[in-house]
Write a protein that binds this ligand. Structure first.
Ligand code: DX5
Ligand code: ZN
Length: 217
């Protein structure tokens, strides 16, 4: 079963709840929340306060993508704000193994993200600990960028690596996903697709989520 995770980065923040309800009613599986600190990535977005304020307005699980330095300092805050899955970047965690244990100690799911240039070998010694791996298919920081095609090879290699180790860890892909490339991303081995601009910049958000579902089913 392929999961769709709309990224609220491209939602209308002045109508955030309405946009969230539309993707929820259209059958999205997760709400992807992009947290950026202006250091790890050049952009600044939202934090636990905003997350907490929307937590009781939707039943969608919160899939929190932390693009921040020193993630350990904030894990507890994001758990309290309602995170169900917390993703940290391998490039941002000095002691990645410890950070993963920290996330799991709160009873939420733990995931690690790799930037496009970071090799899969960064996961070698943490893979069995993870509920999900997030492969970035753009350089993180902004919505609306173009999918980097070589990431299809990375997805295939990761799926193969997981198979060899007897793991069925979720593979999430994030960045530049649209109705044209969604199918090949799934065929490469991804089972959780993030889409921001392709969903929220559409005139009919519900219809767009349904169109994604149709393509990847
Ligand atoms: C980029 C974010 C993505 C972004 C995806 O740094 O992590 O989640 O919102 O946006 P699209 O789907 O527009 O590339
Ligand atoms: Zn993201």
């Amino acid at each position: 079963m392929i999961k769709i995770a709309p990224s609220i980065l491209s939602a209308d923040f002045s109508n955030l709840i309405q946009d969230i309800h539309q993707v929820e009613e259209a059958g999205a599986d997760l709400l992807h929340i992009d947290v950026m600190d202006g250091h790890f990535v050049p952009n600044i977005t939202i934090g636990p306060l905003v997350m907490h304020s929307i937590r009781n307005k939707t039943k969608l699980p919160f899939d929190v993508h932390l693009m921040i330095e020193s993630p350990d300092r904030y894990i507890e805050d994001f758990v309290k704000a309602g995170a169900d899955i917390i993703t940290v970047h391998a490039e941002a965690a000095t002691h990645l193994h410890r950070t993963i244990q920290n996330i799991k100690s709160f009873g939420v799911k733990a995931a690690v993200s790799l930037n496009p240039a970071t090799p899969l070998s960064a996961l070698d010694f943490v893979l069995p600990e993870l509920d999900m791996v997030l492969l970035m298919s753009v350089n993180p920081g902004f919505g609306g960028q173009k999918f980097i095609p070589i990431i299809l090879e990375k997805i295939k290699s990761l799926r193969q690596m997981l198979k060899e180790r007897g793991l069925d860890t979720d593979i999430q892909v994030d960045g530049g996903i649209n109705l044209e490339n969604a199918k090949e991303i799934v065929q490469a081995g991804a089972n959780v697709l993030v889409a921001g601009s392709a969903i929220f910049n559409s005139k009919d958000i519900r219809e767009r989520v349904a169109a994604f579902r149709q393509i990847i089913k």
